[in-house]
Design a protein around this ligand. Sequence first.
Ligand code: NAP
Length: 309
Amino acid sequence: MIDVLIIGAGMAGLTAAIYARRANKSVVILEEKTYGGQILSTFTVGNWPGDPDVSGPDLMKKIYHHANNLGAEIRYEKVIAVRDFEDYKEVETDEGVVSARAVIIATGAIDRPLGLPREAEFFGRGISYCGTCDGALYAGRDVIVVGGGNSAFYNALYLADVCSKVYIVHRRDEFRADAMLVDKVRAKGNVEFVMSSWPVEILGDEKIEGLVVEGVDGVRREILASGIFVAVGKEPATEAFRGFVKMDEAGYIIAGEECMTSRDGVFVAGDCRTKCMKQLITAAADGAVAGNAAAAYAGKTLAAACVDE
Ligand code: NAP
């Protein structure tokens, strides 16, 4: 029987593993894809305290080794369901069943699609959700970034150095992204802002040739480009836990600052839980709280876990 089973090896899950291992509990992390989570696609994190230039992959490599060196075991399995047997939980994966005293859900969030016809068909062939991963494929060509948040602007910042021109298509007349980041992109010189407009049609048959956008005035415009980078936010990766723990309407798992879900012995950390600020640093904070609480639950000392040390 494992003490603390963590689902997801992003910032929240790996930090939880560090805290639970330091509390001397056995820890297994189940990860469907690869360790590191969403920040793997960020070229320069920018707001990680003390290391403003660190890249997402470099930071996550360090945190993975930290957890691993402390003895946290990582298994690459997809979680299908969790069942509650009061004294312990049973987690069903595509490889079998794992039992644990406490479970932490740290599955994060996944990219939200635009919802346009043929978007899925063009995924990986002109449509991408990650500028730093796929930008090189469009070197010297024109590309479009859709979205007005930090992800869109980090994508644009990277793509502006690789591509000949970058269009940012945004549905409002102001951006959600940090002002400093917007200024950096504005200074690039080869980025055009297409404001108060949203995509309505993908152009091209065999390959992407551009995007038709419609403005608030109802006027449509064709933007010719070889690639479309979609950065219109995230959706929680919580499907496997529907009906098991309470969620809000959007599927985020409901928990307070102490990271406890509606189910005894099940905790949640990171971008898949309800909270107003979904950042790398708050995912790490959640991981610390959930790791500590889950370790205390597994050791039957949860009541004392929230006391300041
Ligand atoms: P986000 O902040 O939610 O921004 C999503 C953007 O897409 C918004 O501008 C939104 O428009 C637009 N949008 C949403 N649905 C749309 C649709 N159907 N059609 C067209 N546009 C649509 O998401 P994000 O940029 O992925 O960032 C998520 C979180 O991660 C944020 O808290 C962000 O700060 C953080 N993040 C941090 C870093 C970093 O610090 N290094 C990097 C990336 C992301 P509206 O503005 O009109 O709603």
